[in-house]
Design a protein around this ligand. Structure first.
Ligand SMILES: Cc1cc2nc3c(=O)[nH]c(=O)nc-3n(C[C@H](O)[C@H](O)[C@H](O)COP(=O)(O)OP(=O)(O)OC[C@H]3O[C@@H](n4cnc5c(N)ncnc54)[C@H](O)[C@@H]3O)c2cc1C
Length: 355
C-alpha cells in the first residue's frame, strides 16, 4: 500500500489530523489499537476559556474558541452527530477566598466571567456562598465523535486496527516503510506512548494522571456544567454525568484508586441534593508537557517523522487548531506557532542522534 501519510493513533489528535488531511485530498492510513483507557475515550470534553484557581484566560483562547466551535460543528454536520454543545459553567464558590478571587477577576475577564445569579439551583445543590458563571464554555462530545470518525475511516479503508510496533518502521531519505505500507511521512498522535518512542522520548513530556466517576443522575438541568471543587459535566446521553478530575504528576500506577472514589463520594454527599448512581470509575494519563504547550511539527533530524501531541489538559481545544495548522504546514509550508512547534527542541532532539 502506498499513501502520503501514516498516522499513529485515533484519539482526538489523530482524529483531527486525519480529518484535515482528508479535506486536503491527501491519502493516509490511521493505525490505532483503541486503548480503552486512552484519555480521549474518558475525557469530559470541556472547552473552558478560563484556567486554574486564579481564573486566568487560557493560552490563545480567543483563537482556539472560535476555531473549535466551527471545527466541531463542521465535523458534526459531516458525520450527522452532535459534536459540540454550549454548556456554561455554574461555578459555586467553595470558599470565601475563591469567591473574592472570582469577583476580582470579573472586571479583568469580563468576556468570560460574570456574577449574574439570576437562577437558583438550590433544588439540586447545597451552596452557601453563591456562584459565578464562566461563559461561553462548551463540551466536545468525544463519545460521539471518536466512534463515528472511526466508522468513517473503516468504511473508507483508512484504518488498521492493530498495535503499531516501532521496530518495523524503516526510514529512507524520501519515504518511510512500515510493513507493507510506504508513505512520505509518519505522524505520531499516540498520546503518552510518544514519550517512549525513540524519535521523541527526549521531549519534556510530563504525564499527568486523572481519575473521574461516571454517574447516572436524573432531573438536574443538563444545559450547564456545575463546579464546586470538582466539575460535574453532562454527557451526550440522557442522565449521564461525569465528575472529576484529579491531577497527579507523581503516581505509582495508572489504575483507579479508592482514595479518589471516597473523596468524590464525600463531596457528592455534601453537594448534591438529588440521588445518583456511580456507573463507572476511570483513570487515564494525560499527555501533558513541562511547559504546558503542545508538540507540533516535523522532527528536525528526520523530516519524514512528525508529531501532534502534548495536548495535556486541553486536547479538545488544542487538537483541532493544531491539527489544522500541521496540515497547512505539511501541504502548503505554512508556519507553526513557535510556542507549539516541536522544532523549539531542535537541540534536544538532535542530541539524540549523536548518542
Ligand atoms: C480524566 C481526564 C479528563 C480530561 N478532561 C478533559 C477535558 O474536559 N477537556 C479537554 O480538553 N481535555 C481533557 N482531558 C485531556 C484530553 O483527554 C487529552 O488532552 C487528549 O485526549 C489527548 O488526546 P490524544 O489524541 O493526543 O492522545 P490519546 O487520547 O492518548 O490517543 C492516543 C491514541 O493512540 C493509540 N495508540 C497509542 N499507542 C499506539 C500504538 N503503539 N499502536 C496503535 N495505536 C496506539 C491509542 O489507542 C489512542 O487511541 C482529560 C484527560 C483526563 C485523563
Amino acid at each position: 500500500m502506498q499513501v502520503d501519510y501514516i498516522i499513529i493513533g485515533q484519539g482526538i489528535s489523530g482524529t483531527w489530523l486525519s480529518y484535515y488531511l482528508q479535506k486536503e485530498n491527501k491519502s493516509y492510513i490511521v493505525i490505532d489499537n483503541k486503548l480503552p483507557d486512552a484519555p480521549s475515550r474518558l475525557s469530559a470534553g470541556i472547552i473552558n476559556p478560563i484556567t486554574g484557581r486564579r481564573h486566568v484566560a487560557a493560552w490563545m483562547i480567543e483563537e482556539l474558541l472560535s476555531f473549535s466551535l466551527n471545527a466541531y460543528n463542521e465535523m458534526g454536520n459531516l458525520l450527522n452527530i452532535t459534536a459540540i454543545s454550549r454548556k456554561n459553567i455554574i461555578d459555586f464558590f467553595p470558599s470565601a477566598q475563591m469567591r473574592d478571587s472570582f469577583q476580582k477577576r470579573v472586571a479583568e475577564q469580563a468576556n468570560y466571567l460574570s456574577l449574574e445569579e439570576t437562577i437558583s439551583y438550590s433544588d439540586y445543590f447545597n451552596y452557601e456562598l453563591g456562584y459565578g458563571i464562566v461563559t461561553p464554555t462548551y463540551t466536545a462530545h468525544l463519545e460521539n465523535i471518536l466512534p463515528e470518525w472511526r466508522k468513517y475511516l473503516h468504511q473508507n479503508k483508512k484504518l488498521i486496527e492493530e498495535y503499531f510496533d516501532l521496530q518495523f518502521l524503516e526510514l529512507t531519505d524520501n519515504y518511510v516503510q512500515y510493513k507493507d505500507i510506504t508513505a512520505q511521512k509518519i505522524i505520531f498522535c499516540d498520546g503518552t506512548a510518544s514519550a517512549q518512542n525513540r524519535f521523541f522520548n527526549l521531549l519534556p513530556f510530563a504525564p499527568n494522571k486523572g481519575e473521574a466517576l461516571f454517574l447516572n443522575i436524573k432531573n438536574i438541568p443538563s444545559n450547564y456544567i456545575f463546579k464546586k471543587g470538582m466539575i460535574l459535566v453532562p454527557l451526550a446521553s440522557p442522565d449521564s454525568w461525569w465528575i472529576g478530575a484529579s491531577y497527579e504528576w507523581d503516581f505509582k500506577h495508572t489504575d483507579p484508586t479508592n482514595e479518589f472514589r471516597e473523596k468524590t463520594e464525600m463531596l457528592l454527599k455534601q453537594w448534591l441534593k438529588v440521588p445518583y448512581q456511580i456507573t463507572n470509575h476511570i483513570a487515564s494519563v494525560r499527555p501533558a508537557t513541562l511547559e504546558r504547550r503542545p508538540f507540533v511539527g516535523l522532527h528536525p533530524q528526520y523530516p519524514q517523522v512528525g508529531i501532534l501531541n502534548g495536548m495535556g489538559t486541553k486536547g479538545c481545544s488544542l487538537a483541532p487548531y493544531f491539527a489544522h495548522q500541521l496540515v497547512l504546514h505539511l501541504c502548503h509550508n505554512q508556519p507553526i506557532t513557535p510556542e507549539a512547534n516541536v522544532r523549539r527542541f531542535t537541540n534536544v532532539l538532535s542530541r539524540k542522534t549523536n548518542n
